[in-house]
Design a protein around this ligand. Structure first.
Ligand SMILES: [Zn+2]
Length: 260
């Protein structure tokens, strides 16, 4: 163990601490890469029909208030360093959300309309925040595209690969370890908020029920085995003695209605 820690210190691999893989990126590179991916996504409205803030103020204000509530948690390491920018993608058929390095996040209208409680979306947001905050995203991209390509894109060259990486963001598959880690952090973050700490479990429960009914939501292709995850999330909430009662759902129906 000591040898391992020394190795980490020696090479300054920032992700060694959690044992979930190596991350040779600097925080600055995470932010740069996120900015590049954001620009790519916003420049491609046919593929990513992002709802503009103007005209959708109600929806965005609600979502940002939810984000701010989650960012109250001091367990989010980069809560003041990352921008935690949110975008809503108009696609009612896609039950998904994703996060880019540096805290750039997108939520599909399909996910919002699918959920019946604010706490469930807060759980998913917490999960996505964790992917960025724990820097799973850069690790997963490095694994998928290779260090050289991802570094070049973050530095501003390798333009040809940028579109490919941006497109891959929505399909980026994290390891089971990363998924478990994001679920656990979601519980920890929400524990410090007014939301039920196991909010993400509510979403997975609904997915499991839907899958049984024959549906195959997009979230399942990148987020495996939700059944075990419901139990793991609930167990952790209990162990940490975090609140599992739902917050007041006032405003949720109006929020959903405002997402057009
Ligand atoms: Zn995930």
């Amino acid at each position: 163990m000591r040898k391992y820690l020394f190795f980490c210190l020696l090479l300054a691999f920032s992700a060694c601490k959690n044992g979930l893989g190596l991350n040779v990126f600097t925080l600055q590179q995470d932010k740069q890469l996120g900015d590049k991916l954001k620009a790519e996504i916003l420049s491609n409205p046919s593929k990513y029909p992002v709802l503009p803030y103007q005209g959708n103020e109600k929806a965005y204000n609600y979502l940002y208030a939810m984000r701010d509530e989650i960012l109250k948690s001091d367990k989010i390491r980069y809560r003041s360093q990352f921008k935690w920018e949110l975008h809503i993608i108009k696609d009612d058929k896609t039950l998904n959300a994703f996060a880019a390095p540096g805290g750039f996040m997108c939520v599909y209208t399909g996910l919002i309309k699918y959920l019946e409680h604010a706490d469930h979306l807060a759980g998913v947001l917490g999960h996505e925040i964790a992917h960025a905050d724990q820097r799973h995203s850069t690790q997963a991209m490095t694994k998928a595209y290779g260090l050289q390509v991802v570094t070049q894109v973050a530095a501003g060259s390798g333009g040809g690969q940028l579109a490919e990486i941006a497109a891959g963001l929505t399909q980026l598959s994290f390891s089971r370890g990363h998924e478990k880690d994001a679920d656990e952090h979601s519980v920890e973050y929400l524990c410090d908020t007014r939301y039920a700490s196991n909010g993400a479990a509510g979403f997975f429960e609904k997915l499991v029920a839907n899958k049984a009914a024959g549906g195959t939501p997009a979230f399942l292709s990148t987020h495996p085995s939700p059944k075990n995850r419901v139990k793991d999330i609930n167990d952790l909430a209990k162990k940490l003695r975090c609140k599992t009662t739902m917050a007041d759902n006032t405003g949720w129906a109006q929020f959903k209605a405002s997402v057009k």
